[in-house]
Ligand binder design. Structure first.
Ligand code: KG4
Ligand code: ZN
Length: 338
């Protein structure tokens, strides 16, 4: 089995991993959260600089943790899109350079394809077709997976991504960054029925609602208005109740669309990926609702839900097995459809 070394630097994690087929030999992630926390979000310039400072030692650490040296590596991969261009360029350029120096083939991998492949790391026997719900800081997508590189986008967010909504609501509640894990934690102590918030349905010109597309910016604005109203009345906002009500609204919206999409397309397996797949509310509710409909749900372990390079290496391994490689001229791109 080919051994792939992959680098991921699309946002605020500097990550390198070595994967053989679907088996993780090493998985190293250096988080930049402490750097960005005081700014309330990722500062792109700081992210690029920190990737640059760390990428060399993270790659060495991945080799060391796997007990391997360069002759044992069959190909080098990196995330090439989408993401912060300056951040992507660091990992991409490092991977291309290492591929050249060590005479290895190179593969540029789409970040979302990586999140999708996270499910294969915990479930190596997963076989398409299946439905993938990708919920991250940049995306909320329902993708029909037909095979390696064969994807049909069935639903998307029309505005904010689910993770972005978590981060923005956490910011307006003064909870810190990144908002997802903080809201998740806080929601467990709050009353989810305390406030009724809009799910964000997309109206269709012919009437009714789009069954799979979502919208989270209206929900974020509803939370903002609620907080303003409570403050104007001289009270302090009950943050745990607001967090719980918000999270439940997002989770119900995602679950409703995902189940409808899976049932409409006769797909009996749902694989979930992206940082929001770490959300405990989503994990419980989607699992329970899917079981009611005799559908199987796969949630990768938390370390493979948030950004990591093992998922990128896993996607690259499948492409490499099929004979795919990428030119060294592959560019970093901030946006790219899967
Ligand atoms: O996949 P990811 O690590 O990076 C992107 O590709 O965007 O996702 C990061 C997003 C952030 O918005 C973060 O707040 C959210 O995932 N997130 C969560 C949780 N853990 C991370 N959202 C809800 N609940 C969580 N437990
Ligand atoms: Zn991601």
């Amino acid at each position: 089995m080919a051994k792939i070394l992959a680098i991921e630097t699309s946002c605020d994690e500097t990550a390198a991993a070595i994967v053989s087929d679907r088996q993780v030999l090493s998985n190293v992630v250096a988080s930049q959260i402490a750097t960005h926390q005081k700014y309330g979000g990722v500062v792109p310039e700081l992210a690029s600089r920190q990737h640059l400072a760390n990428v060399g030692q993270i790659v060495d650490a991945a080799l060391e943790a796997a007990g391997l040296d360069w002759p044992a590596i069959d190909a080098v991969a990196a995330t090439c899109a989408p993401g912060l261009v300056g951040a992507l360029l660091v990992g991409l350029t490092a991977a291309k350079t290492l591929a050249m120096v060590h005479h290895k083939p190179f593969l540029g991998i789409h970040h979302l394809e990586g999140h999708l492949y996270a499910s294969y790391l915990s479930n190596p026997d997963l076989v398409p077709p299946y439905l993938c719900l990708l919920v991250s800081g940049g995306h909320t997508s329902l993708i029909q997976v037909k095979g390696c590189g064969d994807y049909v986008m069935l639903g998307q967010t029309r505005d904010d991504a689910a993770g972005e909504a978590f981060d923005k609501v956490a910011r307006l509640l003064d909870l810190g960054y990144p908002g997802g894990p903080i809201i998740d934690q806080l929601a467990q102590t709050g009353n989810a029925q305390a406030f009724s918030l809009p799910e964000g349905n997309i109206s269709l010109p012919e009437g009714g609602f789009h069954p799979y597309d979502s919208s989270f910016s209206g929900l974020k604005t509803a939370v903002l208005r609620l907080v303003e109203r409570i403050k104007a009345a001289g009270s302090s906002p009950p943050v745990a109740d607001i967090a719980a009500s918000f999270q439940t609204t997002v989770v119900r919206s995602l679950t409703r669309r995902t189940l409808r999409c899976a049932l409409d397309h006769n797909l009996s397996t749902i694989a979930v990926g992206g940082g929001v797949a770490a959300n405990s509310g989503l994990r419980q509710y989607l699992q329970a609702e899917a079981e009611r409909h005799n559908l199987t749900v796969i949630f990768p372990p938390l370390k493979y839900c948030t950004d990591n390079a093992a998922m990128i290496a896993c996607a690259a391994a499948d492409h490499f097995r099929l004979g795919h490689t990428s030119p060294l001229a592959t560019a970093a791109q901030s946006r790219m459809s899967i």
